[in-house]
Design a protein around this ligand. Sequence first.
Ligand SMILES: Cc1cc2nc3c(=O)[nH]c(=O)nc-3n(C[C@H](O)[C@H](O)[C@H](O)COP(=O)(O)O)c2cc1C
Length: 181
Amino acid sequence: MGKSVLVLMGSPRKGGNSDCLSDAFMRGAREAGHATEKVYLKDRKINACLGCFICQSREGLCVQKDDMSELYEKMKAADAIVFASPVYFYTWNAQTKTVIDRTIAVEASLANKAFYLLSAGQAPEEKYMTAMIDCFRKYIGCFRVGGNREGGYVFGYGANKSGDVLGTPAMEQAYEMGKGV
Ligand SMILES: Cc1cc2nc3c(=O)[nH]c(=O)nc-3n(C[C@H](O)[C@H](O)[C@H](O)COP(=O)(O)O)c2cc1C
């Protein structure tokens, strides 16, 4: 049976490098029979986590009324959750981190997901991306329920202008990763 793939596109640049990688990933996933949806975080009103921990005494219900309510439902329904984020100062960008922080509300209930990371940066190779990879892996490890796993990550290296990633191996890697969801 086809799976459900949710791409959270965190770059402020529509058509930018993370977005191109998202499209390749989604094309692969669709060809493999999966359903895909992409959400542009820049178009959503998502506030920063208040750190109040009230969600933890309300079965994961956040006190904030914003577009994160809809994203919680989409994340719960998805089999695969893809963070598409540019590298900003060695890690994911603010739009992506804001969503990630807000998932503390579902830390005890989000289960059986495969998490993926699609990213692009100006740096030429993986050794400059280790902080982001570490954050990604440790984030997955924070969920307190079973079945969550790392699906994989792809970086477009040496990518700065929108579209620099096109024609690079990262596009094929993203496509193949999408096929393998
Ligand atoms: C605020 C800011 C910080 C950045 N920091 C890094 C960095 O630490 N490492 C890197 O490789 N590229 C860095 N870059 C470059 C972006 O990652 C690069 O332009 C990327 O292709 C943007 O992806 P996008 O097209 O998906 O937005 C930075 C760019 C900005 C705007």
